[in-house]
Ligand binder design. Sequence first.
Ligand code: SMO
Length: 737
Amino acid sequence: MPDGSRSKTGGFIGRALRRREDAALLTGQGRFAADIPPPPGTLLARFLRAPFGPARLTALDTAPALALPGVVAVFTASDLPAASQPAVNRFFDGLPPAGFAPLFGPEVPCAGAPVALVLAGTAAAAEDAVEALQPTLLPDPQPERPAFAATFGNGAGRAPLAVCATLRHARLSPAAMEPRAVLAVPEGGRLRLHLSSQTPHRARADLAAVLGLDPALIHVAGGDVGGSFGAKASITPEEAAVAAAAWRLQRPVRWVATRSEEFLSAPRGRGLALSARMGFDGTGRALSLEAEVSAALGHRLTYSAAVPARNAARCLPGPYAVPAVAVRAEGRITPEPAIGIYRGAGRPEAAILLERLMDSAAARLGLTPVAIRRRNLLPREALPHRTPTGETLDSGDYPALLDRALALAGGAWEALAAERDARRARGEHVGLGLACYVEPCGQGWESARISVGADGRVTVATGSTAQGQGRETAAAQIVADALRLPDPSLVLVLHGDTDATPEGIGALASRSTGIGGGALWLAAERLQEAARPLAARLLNAAAEDVVPAPGGFALATDPARRIGWAAVAPLSVEARFTAAREAWSAGCVIARVALDGETGAVAIEHLAWADDAGTLVNPLLAEGQMWGGLAQGIGEVLCERIATDAAGTLLSGSLMDYALPRAEDMPQAVALGGPAIPSRALNNPLGAKGIGEAGTIGVPAALLNAVSDAVGGLPEEVALPLTQETVWRLLRRGGPR
Ligand code: SMO
């Protein structure tokens, strides 16, 4: 339904409004960083990258490049040093410095690291100049170094039966459709940056630190962002180098990364290794969980470098009641590009580990996957529940989500299994997989400003940025309800621009609807408070006799005497909403797969998925998040992997070699659903929890269990992804093990 199809006010929250963003985005009218017309005289940037690493750069003569026509400057590491370091979220004691430099040398931390920046009038001239540079590098092996270690939980317990699992996650490319892109424009004594970022204010602060500038001199300008997934939450060396060069030369500079540069040097995701031992009694009740989480962090730390390991550790033991839990998490500085957060950021790894352990225990005890989970899921009345790792699961009905997923899958587990067994008897390789999960979301604060103009239009500036998820649509729905406007299209939404929005955090960690929306709600309440005395004066009434009414205010005693928002204009307020606690979404996925015995290809025949994300501001947007997440979850478990040779040289440097899931890898059928009664978040006025990361959490866990079921059980140690070759080999092993 289009905006405005409703005459009375209120009730926009919860409606599946179409995205106001789509007309532009789907017709090529988006305004991404690379679409901004470059001012005259803009220089094009290209990087010389280390062909291997770690290495020592012993010689780099810039003269041959500088001699080429059109080349304006060639910078090396000593030309553009970092004045200071970008911030790192110091979750753990002893975390080392960020290790950030715009350009690297003489110590080069890894293959692909930028060692020189060439600026020229045309891209071709810049590329020729990069080729004219002949660096001398000597291999300089660097040992891994510990970055942090921490323990979680209340200590190990004893149990009569134990099962073990080890999961090795591949390094993944978050692979946003829009690669990194920056246009840096020095202007009027400031530096304006059109930058593809999910955290514009953080980018401003970090660039100010690296360039040694007052943050007020930097303007990160808004625009469309074509996906981020965690990889655009911290600035990268290349972006800082471009900004520093533009400032140094006082000339505009543009850089747009190629897809290969993204595979080579952009922040990566996953890469955790986890081992666990889970103890049960003879009835399948979990008694203890011990786990080790080990994170390769790359050669430098992004802001959230410690988050995946921390999340994986603290998300244990998931939605289950486990009395004794002992987790050790550690991170290591490793000679490779930065590895940081990526959609899910540790939550998928925790869920996959737990769900493998649950299935192993079920197999050992002769229980169905459903039975063992029912025995261990926390019941609704146990929530809020403080877990042994110190988290508080706020609200939800986990057993009901399992029931809902079964209903979406077509019935009781026993019936699904009987169907599977009948097909197996005919020689088919069919598998069923189940996974339950929790998803922590929404911490900390976010900002909003709301202004009302003389035409009655409302402008909101939100700290939650948009990166293709439909934030403008959702923000307008929230504000329309909060201000009792007749139509969300009356609300203009500004975001992503450090000059136009109050200091904010950005779009990450499943926080935009709950926390960003909470700030919008709070700002709307403040606007009402500020407007009420003005409305009262205009209505010749006392402020306490005036109440919010459709489109503005009315007299409590005589609702026919009303006044619209336009009458109190202009008016503007700001709010910062701080969540007192975290919200926890939850869900359950059931997957049915069929394997091709000849090729090992996995066909996902059916995916049933129930997710409880509290209040859904816009069910259509929520469904979009589920689809995007499940696609990335499929890639994570079945095909994606950043591959390198023994020397660390990238083998998966293009979309021909890095196996993103494609249309044919998608499930043949998907049944999405939610609970009959969503569990309201307790940490924000909307009751909204997060849903953006859920698809990468439960879906891969259920798929892994389904493939395991189809091949007669996976070994204790599993390396992801389970490629077609791996599946083929498992099928060739000769029967169930
Ligand atoms: S991994 Mo996300 O963008 O917090």
